[in-house]
Structures are given as C-alpha cells and as structure tokens.
Ligand binder design. Structure first.
Ligand code: MRU
Length: 343
C-alpha cells in the first residue's frame, strides 16, 4: 500500500497528491514552514493525514529550533500549522496532543524534548493505521454483499496514514470475502475521487467506476447501489457531518432512495465542543480551482465563483457513524459522547 507520509532523517516525506495519478512523486519537507505549505496546497490532504502531518510538522519544527528558545518556537510552529486549513478538526487535535506532551516535558533537556516529540509524531501515524483497521472491522459487516458502494472524495490510504476510513471499511469488506465494487464520485473541483480514490483502489484490484458528481442521483435511484460510505472532516456533538462539498447532496439522495448513508471517521474527528454542524468553519478555497482545470481556464474571465471546500450533512441523513470504538447511531448526542468517553 502507498506510503502517504513518512518521518525520515532528511525530513517529512509525502507523496504529492496534487500530481497523482499522472505522477507518483515524493516531496521532502525539511522544516515546519514546508510542512505547513504542503498542508495548505494539498500536497497532503484528508483529515487524518493532515493530523499526522501537523504532528510531524511540530516535531520537525522543534527539532530545528534553537535550544534557548524552544518555548517561543513551539508557539510559533503550532500557530503557523493551525492556520493552514480550518475545517478538519484532526489538525487541531494533533497540534493539541503535541502541545500537551510538550507541556509535560518541562524541565527536560532540549535533546530529551526533541526526542519525545519526534517519537510522539511517529506514534500518531502508527495509531492512525491501527484505528483505520479497527474502523474496518466495525464497518465491514454493514456493507451489503453483492452490491456497489458509492463514495465521495478520497477517504482512503492517501487521506490517512494508511488503509483509510471509508475506503478502509470497503477494504475490510473485500478482505472478509464480500463481492462488492465501488462507484467513486469524481469530486469536483479538486478531483479527489477521480484522481486519488480511483488510483488507490485500482492498485488494490478493487473494481472501481468513476462517475461525475451529478450522476450520483441517477445511480442511487437505479437499485445498483447498496450503501454510501464517506469520511468526515469534523463531526459535531449532534452528529452533523462536515465532509467534502457534495457529500450533503449524496446523503439527501441516498435517503430519498432508501439507501444507507454511513460515515467512517476516527474519534479524533469528533468535535463535541460544537453542538451542531452550523458552527463548523467551512474553508473557502481559491476560485482558480473552479475556473481552471490543470491550469487551463474553462470559465469566462471576470466571472463570480464560489468554492467552499466542505459542506455539512445534517444528522437526519446519517444512518450510522463508524469509529474505531464501535458504530454510533441516532440519537448521536448520546452515542457519540459514549464512544468519545470510552477507551
Ligand atoms: O479537501 P480534502 O481533500 O482534504 O478533503 C478530504 C475529505 O473531505 C475527506 O473525505 C475527509 O477528510 C475524510 S479523509 C479520511
């Protein structure tokens, strides 16, 4: 399986997701500014992968910081990384985890602090893979045998440290012997479905068909789709789910056609400080992502453009939320708090 992100002696190595599938090239971020830029420009993307990148960004930042100003450096590093993308809560979760560790290391030598932060960042990555496997085990029984699974965006190995959330559930269902194939929404404008989901599932030999986003309704009505599984960037306490823009339309169409709509996400994607999804900050990205396709202009000059990167699916459309600790169903206020509190 593809290595999304790696800690190496030379820096943080990531597969460049802006270039896939045409080129599989790796970039090395040699300092925390480069890690922040990689997150901002979506060289690395997907909520859990952004979390791992942020943890490694903190580690490489402190590794390169002068002994006499570790505290000030830590603050600047965390601030820059936190300013990269606003919606996926895993970014802030990972930075907080590194901050808490740092605070507990007071009095240790700079070398000891650096070693502990580097180890923690690598631990965040290892845990993420284990969490995705656990999510797969919980989610696989929900996937109907002999049907097509529809997914939106890329919630796979590339969006995590490995295996994936939504695609992890699909992988686990295939590993359990279920005969399923996947419909991948193309996911305009960044094309995570056509470029990334299709690429990684093809490598695994999982039968995959790309559809454009506006074809989802047609196929959800056709009787072919057994369920929808997507990932999430932030889930509010009431079970409202922020995920890649277009997810909401798929969820409404799934409910209209009586098709289960599952969200697979780690507990680190829950934001129980927000009582509803209305409070989730939605990232607005460059209009160029909409008006240009691979650098070629496809819209008139001067035209107005909106480019929200995420939308929020109200909890009433969510059949269940699959986490590494089990499956939550409505009422989500109770089920999510229970899962968040359990270890
Ligand atoms: O803008 P992106 O590509 O970072 O958005 C990614 C998504 O919306 C994913 O579905 C989500 O992060 C879950 S990834 C396991």
């Amino acid at each position: 399986m593809v290595e999304t992100i790696q800690w190496t002696a030379g820096g943080v190595v990531m597969i460049d997701q802006t270039k896939l599938p045409l080129e599989a090239v790796y970039v090395t971020c040699k300092d925390y500014h480069e890690v922040a830029e990689a997150i901002r420009s979506m060289v690395i993307r997907g909520a859990p992968a952004i979390g791992v990148a942020a943890a490694m960004g903190v580690a490489i930042g402190v590794l390169r910081a002068p002994d006499e100003n570790l505290d000030g450096s830590m603050e600047a590093i965390c601030e820059e990384l936190a300013g990269t993308r606003p919606t996926a809560v895993n970014l802030f979760w990972a930075i907080d985890r590194m901050k808490k560790l740092y605070a507990g290391l007071r009095g240790k030598s700079p070398a000891g602090i650096r070693a502990a932060l580097v180890a923690e960042a690598q631990q965040v990555k290892l845990e993420d893979i284990a969490i995705n496997r656990a999510m797969g085990r919980h989610g696989a029984p929900l996937i109907p045998d002999g049907k097509t699974v529809l997914t939106h965006c890329n919630a796979g190995a590339l969006a995590t440290a490995g295996y994936g959330t939504a695609l992890g559930v699909i992988r686990a269902a295939v590993e359990a012997g279920k005969k399923i194939d996947v419909f991948a929404d193309e996911t305009r404008p960044f094309l995570q479905g056509a470029r990334l989901t299709a690429w990684e599932l093809q490598q695994d030999g999982i039968e995959t068909t790309i559809i454009t986003d506006n074809m989802a309704g047609h196929f959800l009505k056709s009787g072919r789709i057994g369920c929808v599984v997507v990932g999430a960037d932030r889930i509010a306490a009431n079970g409202d789910v922020a995920n890649k823009v277009g997810t909401y339309s798929v969820a409404v169409l799934a409910k209209e056609n009586g098709i289960p709509f599952y969200v697979a996400a780690p507990v680190s994607t829950l934001d129980l400080t927000l009582d509803s999804g209305d409070k989730i900050p939605i990232e607005q990205r460059s209009p160029k992502e909409v008006t240009e396709v691979f650098g070629v202009r496809v819209a008139p000059e001067g035209i107005a453009v909106q480019n929200p990167a995420f939308d929020v699916t109200p909890n009433r459309y969510v059949t269940a939320i699959i986490t590494e600790r089990g499956v939550a169903a409505a009422p989500y206020e109770e089920s999510l708090r229970r899962l968040a509190g359990s270890v």
